[in-house]
Each structure stands twice: as structure tokens, then as C-alpha cells.
Design a protein. Structure first.
Length: 121
């Protein structure tokens, strides 16, 4: 009798554990690191996220939105196969283009917003 009780209890516990282990096996394995040793990992954000966020507070006109979106798109395209130095130069050029699109008051507001911590990446 004790063996059948043991087997019954074991079967019951196995029925409780099986669904939990099945769910645990559905987690994908972590991706292997593909960056060079010493390099910074990419955290799933695009460069310019802080700059874009800061630009949202500027009350831009529709024309300014269009021009700035085009500038970001052109920079993104230029950065596709660029090395780190070229990307840095492209970010500087993007910032120069954006400054040219903004009014003097908007440039001052952007500068203040970025100084508070919304720095571009």
C-alpha cells in the first residue's frame, strides 16, 4: 500500500511540475556577444534619442519637423556602413543642420534642455 501511495504522490507532483518546466524551457537562450572586447554594448536605442526627446519640447512648425526628420534619415543612412569616427562626424553635422533649422529662441531652449541632461547619444 505504501508503494502505491508513493507512486500516486510522485505522479501527482510530476503533473504539477511538468507544466512549470515546460514554460521555463520556452525562454530563448541569450544571444552571444558580437562586439569587440572593450567595446560598448548596443542597448537597443538609436543615437539621437536624447536629442529627439529634447526637440519635442520646442513647439516646432510642420516644416521644421519635416526638415529635422529628413536630417535624421540622411544621417541614419550615412551611418549604415560608417566607422566610429565617421559616425561621430555625422552626429556633429546633424546637430549643425538642426541648429540651422531652429530659430534663435529654439536653439537657446534646446541648449538649455540638453544641459539639464537630455544629451544626444
Amino acid at each position: 500500500m505504501s508503494i502505491s501511495r508513493f507512486l500516486g504522490t510522485a505522479a501527482f507532483l510530476a503533473s504539477l511540475v511538468a507544466p512549470v518546466t515546460a514554460l521555463a524551457q520556452q525562454v530563448p537562450p541569450p544571444a552571444a556577444a558580437t562586439f569587440a572586447p572593450g567595446a560598448r554594448a548596443h542597448h537597443g536605442h538609436r543615437h539621437g534619442g536624447g536629442l529627439r526627446k529634447a526637440l519635442q519640447s520646442l513647439n516646432l512648425t510642420a516644416a521644421q519637423h519635416t526638415q529635422i526628420d529628413q536630417a535624421f534619415a540622411q544621417t541614419r543612412q550615412a551611418n549604415q556602413n560608417a566607422d566610429q569616427a565617421a559616425r561621430k562626424a555625422n552626429r556633429r553635422q546633424l546637430r549643425t543642420r538642426i541648429d540651422a533649422i531652429l530659430t534663435p529662441a529654439q536653439r537657446a531652449q534646446l541648449k538649455a534642455t540638453l544641459a539639464r541632461g537630455h544629451r544626444p547619444g
